[in-house]
Design a protein. Structure first.
Length: 667
């Protein structure tokens, strides 16, 4: 009923109209706002829960997994250690922490804590130039691989002088042997470099002592050495060239290449004094060059990658590296050796830092066979493939396993990774792909027909092959197994560490081992039951709950990566449940879990390659770089070149921390 339909002026009309207006007002008036919950804070929401639920295991005395949470007193301290708090947040969100046997958080507590931590650890203003810190720029010694490759390209001989003098291998730190923190220089190692320089000069110039007899080289090596000698001594004293002039030309050329930058006149003069002293003692021209050349080969400017310290640009935290420093960063990132003539010439012309020129050079370098170094030195270490050499499957259980098969397993994964680089494929192929690379031995191992010969070749995969991506490759499955059986725990740990970048902490000293005498009550009928019993121990449960379901999903592959339908006539149980409640069944189920976490995989791979490229751990100041890399990868269909270009174009790769900058480094 509308007011206009009633008789005007009547008492009824006035009453009804008033009532209708009141009802309309009530109906359309906004509801009173409920009191919004106050924003979570560290003091009110996080700190009390740390005290009541976390500090029992993560206190100051013997903190579990080395994580001491008592040192975090306020939000500022959390911001300094975002990497750690991301892990804390992930474990709280997935209900892995607190452990099942401890007092649990309520749903509301968990939601508020996780919400607070997400906001804090992701809080960064990428548009604020003053917050773009390139991070520490440590002085980096060449590791053994870089040293050998640099000598090869510098002198033209493929001669491992380090091995001849017993130079030790570099010990990896956080998975990589090119991080500055791993590349220390002890007095003993210094002596090895001096001895190695002597061996190199013996090879090039002959022994200083004529009575010394060198091992005879085969025809190809002898020809290589002769050519290298001629290249080194490209000018000799003669009618129009004095010994000093010849020495000067040799030292200026070699020092320029060895130091990977233009050489100052004063540096050349210091080196030439060594030549002059030898000449004064009556040494021959070549023997007079020997101390000069040795000084170059043991110089810090050769053994270390040294960059010029400079203040920040226009008051910013970072200062751009010059073109020669950029060339060195680029060459050792992609090739593990010194810049070639093209890079050096562009650096001389100050053109390399031009974005278009730089991108063109990256693509040129990725297409060059020398970029196989990125696979051999980054890919192999990231994927932990060096462990395959130490895998010892028992031939009593696996009689077909031999050296040739081990080598084929290794080459499959290396070739797979390197083809992503060479053909600029999507890095998501690492998670799943409909192709792989095998030779005759590996094809037979996999049950793939029609492959002959020892060369690795691409094959298209069918569903019955049960392969595709890293998780179906025998190298990974073998290096994560024991000598006589699979190891769901080792395989699950590999997935957490390599794929997701969330490695579990080392097992505590009291974790114990899986032994028959540990069984209580009913004897387990299967290995899985035995594992389940072990995983119920209080010190083991939290980590096994994360690792084992991932590993059980891969149990259809035996300890050398062959597909199997059962184990000893018993059906396999390849199912599991993650702490998040997700259920997994078999390799396909695991691949789905991995694909669902694609962004986490991409971030981890980006972090790993950025770590390798920068020679230091990734920190909170690299957050903007990682976000920009993720965006660029998505826009470029996740191509391998987009990953590399994202690093090369990044702020920390093209800048170094200014000498006047003051930053506290985080974890």
């Amino acid at each position: 009923m509308r007011c206009s339909l009633l008789q005007p002026g009547s008492v009824v009309a006035r009453f009804v109209c008033t009532a209708l207006l009141l009802l309309a007002a009530i109906r359309f008036a906004p509801l009173p706002a409920a009191d919004a919950p106050a924003a979570a804070t560290f003091d009110k929401d996080v700190k009390p829960l740390l005290a009541s639920h976390c500090l029992k295991c993560h206190g100051a005395e013997k903190p579990r997994a080395g994580v001491n949470l008592t040192s975090f007193a306020d939000e500022k301290s959390v911001l300094k250690h975002r990497k750690l708090w991301r892990k804390v947040m992930a474990q709280i969100e997935s209900q892995e922490m607190p452990p099942a046997k401890e007092a649990q958080l309520t749903a509301e507590q968990r939601e508020r804590v996780v919400g607070y931590l997400k906001e804090v650890v992701n809080r960064v203003d990428c548009n604020n130039p003053s917050e773009r810190d390139p991070g520490r720029t440590p002085v980096r010694r060449l590791n053994r691989t870089e040293y050998n490759r640099t000598l090869r390209d510098l002198l033209g001989i493929d001669f491992d002088s380090g091995a001849v003098v017993g130079m030790p291998d570099d010990t990896p730190v956080n998975g990589y042997d090119n991080l500055a923190t791993a590349l220390t220089m002890s007095p003993a190692l210094t002596e090895k470099y001096f001895a190695a320089a002597d061996k190199i000069l013996e090879r090039l110039l002959g022994p200083a002592d004529p009575s010394t007899i060198l091992p005879k080289e085969d025809g190809n090596k002898a020809k290589q050495t002769l050519q290298a000698r001629q290249t080194l001594l490209f000018v000799k004293p003669g009618k129009d060239v004095t010994p000093s002039d010849a020495a000067r030309k040799i030292v200026e050329r070699l020092a320029r290449l060895a130091f990977r930058r233009p050489v100052e006149p004063a540096e050349s003069e210091r080196l030439l004094k060594l030549f002059d002293r030898a000449q004064e003692r009556g040494a021959t021209f070549e023997n007079s060059l020997r101390p000069l050349l040795k000084a170059i080969l043991v110089s810090p400017h050769f053994l270390y990658r040294i960059e010029q310290d400079r203040p920040g640009d226009d008051g910013k935290p970072g200062a751009r590296v010059n073109d020669h420093e950029l060339a060195v960063r680029l060459a050792y990132f992609l090739w593990s050796t010194l810049p070639d003539a093209t890079l050096s010439d562009l650096a001389d012309q100050k053109k390399l830092s031009d974005p278009a020129v730089l991108e063109a050079q990256v693509k040129r370098m990725l297409a060059d066979p020398k970029a196989r170094a990125l696979t051999d030195n980054f890919g192999v270490q990231w994927l932990q493939l060096r462990k395959l050499e130490h895998a010892r499957p028992n031939t009593e259980f696996f009689p077909t396993f031999n050296h040739n098969l081990r080598r084929a397993m290794y080459e499959e994964t290396v070739t797979f990774f390197d083809k992503l680089r060479e053909e600029d494929k999507s890095i998501l192929d690492l998670l799943d792909a409909n192709y792989t690379y095998v030779n005759q031995d590996l094809a037979k191992h996999y049950g793939i027909d029609g492959v002959q010969g020892g060369q690795m070749r691409r094959v298209e995969l069918k569903p019955e092959h049960h392969r595709g991506g890293l998780l179906g490759q025998a190298s990974i499955l073998t290096l994560t197994s024991h000598t006589s059986r699979t190891s769901p725990t080792m395989r699950g740990k590999w997935v957490l560490d390599v794929v997701f970048g969330t490695p579990p902490p080392p097992p505590p000293p009291d974790a114990g081992m899986i032994k028959d005498e540990q069984q209580k009550g009913k004897t387990p009928k299967t290995f899985r039951e035995l594992m389940a019993q072990h995983a119920q121990q209080a010190t083991c449960a939290a980590c096994h709950k994360k690792m084992d379901p991932l590993g059980y999903a891969l149990d259809s592959y035996d300890a050398v990566g062959r597909w199997r339908e059962d184990q000893g006539g018993r059906p396999l149980d390849v199912s599991g449940e993650l702490p998040t409640g997700e259920k997994i069944t078999g390799p396909d189920g695991l691949k789905k879990v991995v694909r669902d976490r694609q962004e986490q995989f991409i971030r981890n791979l980006s972090e790993q390659m950025l770590t390798y490229a920068l020679g230091r751990e990734v920190g909170q100041h690299d957050e903007c770089t990682l976000r920009e890399m993720a965006d660029a990868l998505k826009k470029n269909e996740y191509r391998f070149s987009a990953l590399v270009l994202g690093i090369v174009k990044s702020y920390p790769f093209q800048n170094r921390r200014g000498s006047d900058a003051r930053f506290e480094d985080d974890d």
